[in-house]
Ligand binder design. Structure first.
Ligand SMILES: *Cc1c(COP(=O)(O)O)cnc(C)c1O
Length: 241
């Protein structure tokens, strides 16, 4: 099932790119595997998937050693400062940086392990109270402050658009964040690029691609509905970190 779903999503990406004159190679499909067992990730891996998205530190730590080393892990969920140290040398991109204090901790832990860490700044583009991310008006300042820290590199912006039934309703937000990224690019800040726009999920990734997404985060559309009641690790429960 995972294989068929993946192929369907890839086909949709390809068609959307053709429609808008974009190169499908410029879009990274991140398979959001949160709550899903290792066996399903393996199935996706066998279908050439190398980018996986998780929103919990514990889940990355559990899955990381169980899967091939050439996987790129994306931390897409809210990250607490005291947990940064557990994943700092395991993830290829942290999508969810929304405060200077978190960025400082990432920088400090990266320094300790002598690694460089790429991050995105998460913007709460629709100003939803229920969502993490910084308000659009504060984005430039935060990017500028982070740019001065060692071992951490801003690569672009991420947003989680509102939950809507009609994806067209989110087009305006995707446009807004794309514009924000263009505006920040024009400021030419040292140690900052705006090459990544992480936006679009199962319900709206095609609209997001039409509006400039370079990374789309698809969970349900690949792995099916999530069942939060189930133990994903298929073995005895470990101590939670
Ligand atoms: C769960 C999640 C997704 C994937 O959501 P689907 O609707 O299942 O595609 C994408 N981004 C983030 C940040 C998530 O937490």
């Amino acid at each position: 099932m995972v294989k068929e779903n993946l192929n369907q999503v890839r086909e949709n990406i390809k068609r959307t790119c053709e429609k808008t004159g974009r190169d499908p190679e410029d879009i990274t499909l991140i398979a959001v595997s949160k709550t899903k067992p290792v066996s399903m990730l393996e199935e996706a891996y066998e279908s050439r998937c190398r980018d996986f998205g998780e929103n919990k530190v514990q889940e990355i730590m559990d899955k990381y050693p169980a899967l091939p080393a050439d996987i790129r892990w994306h931390m897409i969920g809210h990250l607490q400062r005291n947990k940064v140290k557990y994943i700092i040398d395991k993830v290829s991109l942290i999508h969810s940086v929304d405060s200077l204090r978190l960025a400082q901790e990432i920088s400090s832990q990266a320094g300790k392990k002598q690694v460089d860490v790429d991050i995105l700044v998460e913007v709460n583009i629709a100003n939803e109270e229920s969502k993490f991310g910084i308000p659009r008006q504060e984005t430039f300042q935060l990017v500028e402050e982070i740019s001065k820290l060692p071992y951490i590199h801003v690569k672009g912006l991420m947003t989680i658009a509102p939950f809507v039934t009609n994806p067209e309703d989110n087009r305006k937000y995707f446009r807004e964040i794309r514009k924000l990224s263009v505006d920040i690019t024009k400021k030419n800040i040292d140690n900052v690029t705006m090459s990544v726009l992480s936006m679009g999920m199962t319900g709206d990734y095609m609209v997001a691609i039409e509006e400039g997404a370079t990374m789309v985060r698809v969970g349900t559309g690949i792995f099916g509905e999530r069942n939060y009641g189930k133990n994903i690790h298929e073995k005895s429960s470990k101590e939670r970190i």
